[in-house]
Ligand binder design. Structure first.
Ligand code: HGY
Ligand code: MN
Ligand code: MN
Length: 413
């Protein structure tokens, strides 16, 4: 069966790659740190006897053959890129658990009809370019060439530039596309990143659906001026307008059921103590598991922000960074995951994922399923992110059991 020590040791080792001064992990896409993490994972894939390769956008694959080479592969995966100052489990647990599953199968001389591919998706987080799930979009044929120039990092470098610097040819991204005849199902083990499982003392979550993230960039243009000499009645204060907008966003998210809204990034120009801010930009992350409710919240926010800016004589422009629809996980895979939990004597708790995941991009390619393990105090996307070794291994065993059902018997009820 799966080896707890090996999994935990690899998790700790991976966490040291891209460790930053905050004690968290910063491993952006197409960075040296992410490359180093991928090379370490490639080595463990090869130790597990997998054939490894990187595709045209940098997704790393490790393949374990089945008895029927023509059969579509069961995909087990996650990501290695992180947010800035992120945690050690968001992504890596799913990747290392997937390797642990196939390595344990080989060590137990288990044969499966379907091949199994471990997939490390490039840039799931979107932390570098404000546009994520790049690798999973690419395999699903959802990465348009225009996106490569549209998205820039903090240094103004485009996604296409980063790919080129990493040794990829941006003109070849369509070579990453996989067809549904090649992929049987996608399963991902992930930390919950919320408090539901821990608060109810539950070890395993089975994801029923994934809330859709909408990322917008708001730019407020007023008039900078002297902080001391400009009367309050004559100001076009871009930051005051942004502040009012943020309170609108918070209020709408509280009013619309199932919504969450977050302003995570804010820049102020010119940025002097004694200068009225002239230009302010901020990002809004708006989510809901029901798209119509997210649309409703989006419209309310845009209308109210527009009104506030008119009153303040401040211009506001809004750019969509990414708009990902909420998805349902495949009932067939949820059934296999519940069956696997029963066989392991553990209960699987159905829940919605507030966090986004690569599987959202794969729903037209194959059935998608996710299994969650608890996050301590629901903490994630920061250095304190932690899941116990017991929970990590329990999740890996459920992944093993479900992968066996899928790859051996092709069970997709
Ligand atoms: O933002 C998210 O939900 C995920 O962590 N990428
Ligand atoms: Mn993740
Ligand atoms: Mn994340």
């Amino acid at each position: 069966m799966v080896q707890a020590d090996r999994l935990w040791k690899r998790l700790q080792e991976l966490g040291d790659i891209g460790r930053d001064a905050s004690g968290g992990v910063t491993r952006f896409s197409y960075s040296c740190d992410e490359w180093a993490a991928k090379e370490r994972v490639r080595y463990w894939m090869q130790q597990a006897g997998l054939d490894t390769w990187e595709d045209a956008v940098g997704n790393l694959f490790g393949r374990r053959e089945g008895t029927d080479a023509a059969a579509p592969a069961v995909w087990l995966g996650s990501h290695l890129d992180s947010v800035a100052h992120g945690g050690n489990f968001d992504g890596p647990l799913g990747v290392l658990a997937a390797i642990e599953v196939v390595q344990s199968m080989t060590e137990a001389s288990v044969q499966t009809r379907h091949p199994i591919e471990v997939v490390v998706f490039e840039d799931e987080e979107g932390a570098r370019f404000g546009f994520g799930m790049i690798g999973s979009r690419a395999v699903a044929g959802r990465l348009a060439p225009a996106e490569l120039d549209r998205h820039r990092d903090a240094q103004g470098r485009s996604l296409g530039w980063a790919m080129q610097a990493y040794g990829m040819d941006p003109a070849q991204i369509d070579r990453a596309v996989r067809s549904s005849s090649e992929v049987f199902a996608y399963l991902e083990l992930h930390i919950e990143q919320g408090r539901v499982l821990e608060s109810q003392g539950l070890p395993i979550g089975i994801v029923s659906g994934i809330a859709g993230p909408l990322w917008l960039n708001f730019t407020f243009k007023g008039m900078s001026g002297h902080a001391g000499a400009t009367p309050m009645t004559l100001r076009q204060d871009a930051l005051a307008a942004a502040a009012e907008a943020m309170l609108v966003m918070e209020q709408v998210a509280q009013d619309v059921p199932g919504c969450v809204a977050t302003v995570g990034k804010l820049t102020v120009q010119p940025g002097g103590v004694n200068i009225i801010p002239g230009v302010v930009s901020l990002t809004l992350d708006l989510r809901n598991a029901i798209e119509s409710l997210r649309n409703q919240a989006e419209q309310r926010i845009l209308e109210q922000v527009e009104k506030a800016c008119l009153r303040r004589n401040v211009d506001v422009t809004v750019q969509t960074l990414q708009r990902i629809a909420p998805v349902e996980c495949a009932p067939s895979l949820r059934g296999v995951l519940h069956q696997s939990c029963e066989e392991l004597g553990v209960s699987g708790f159905d829940l919605v994922s507030g966090a986004g995941h690569d599987g959202m991009q794969l729903v037209d390619l194959c059935p998608v399923g996710m299994v969650f393990v608890p996050s301590r105090e629901g903490i994630s996307h920061q250095p304190e992110e932690w899941t116990s070794p017991v929970d990590c291994i329990m999740g890996t065993q459920v992944l093993y059991q479900a992968a066996l059902h899928l790859a051996k018997e092709g069970i997709v009820q």
